[in-house]
Design a binder for this molecule. Structure first.
Ligand SMILES: C[S@@+](CC[C@H](N)C(=O)[O-])C[C@H]1O[C@@H](n2cnc3c(N)ncnc32)[C@H](O)[C@@H]1O
Length: 211
């Protein structure tokens, strides 16, 4: 099924691209392909207790898809006001079909790096939203939240750039738990990497302080 058709099954419109006019730090809007979301869901177990945050949620495809499939709470943060408004329109249309799903959908207009991580947030999704400079700020916010409210958290990164991977490997306690290659992908970045920080790390002898 094509992307537009799959959009229609959720009652949303997410196909297309939107470039930023003058930004080197913020990347353009483009939705995660449905086949990648399908692949993710076949290889990663979303649980009832999960709350997913999509940093740079665009028109909301990832949030609506996961909400619809797993009935879990989702949060989307988007910095482009026009795109954010489109996500809100999508939410209204999607909710007409998904009235029966109790889990909340929260869409926020603002910068990902300013989002206050909630202690219920435990699964963080990124599809090439911004520069590594901003990514670092977001990851440090996550680490501070985990240090305060100890829990296991995952980062799901679709199309991971080298700078993201190097930073996570060299400067954080996250470890890779899965790498999923997109079959027939365009290039070697066309994959999903899942990183985990386990709650048990806090019980180990070593003192964990993320600064
Ligand atoms: C490649 S799109 C991904 C959209 C969506 N996550 C998905 O996978 O379907 C990246 C999105 O991040 C947004 N973005 C860029 N910088 C941002 C920032 N600092 N805070 C929040 N959103 C941002 C862009 O406007 C764009 O909509």
């Amino acid at each position: 099924m094509g992307e537009r058709k799959l959009d229609r099954t959720l009652g949303i419109r997410t196909v297309g691209i939107r470039e930023w006019k003058n930004s080197k730090q913020y990347n353009r809007y483009e939705a995660t392909p449905y086949k990648v979301l399908e692949l993710l869901c076949e290889n990663y177990k979303f649980r009832d207790v999960d709350r997913v945050v999509d940093f740079g949620c665009g028109r909301g495809r990832v949030a609506f898809y996961l909400h619809n499939r797993f009935h879990i709470p989702v949060v989307g943060i988007e910095a482009n006001y026009k795109t954010y408004e489109e996500a809100l329109e999508n939410k209204a249309l999607y909710r007409l079909r998904a009235e029966h799903i109790q889990a909340p959908i929260k869409l926020k207009y603002g910068l990902a790096q300013h989002y206050k991580i909630d202690k219920r947030d435990n699964c963080f999704y990124f599809f090439n939203p911004f520069s590594v400079k901003i990514f670092k700020k977001v990851v440090y916010n996550i680490l501070r939240s985990v240090e305060k409210d100890k829990r296991t958290v995952d980062l799901i990164i679709y199309y991971p750039l080298r700078e993201y991977k190097n930073f996570l490997k060299n400067c954080t306690p996250f470890t890779i738990i899965n790498k999923i290659k997109v079959p027939g992908g365009n290039d070697k970045e066309d994959k999903i990497i899942i990183y985990r920080l386990r709650e048990e790390i806090f019980n180990e002898d070593e003192c964990v302080n993320f600064g």
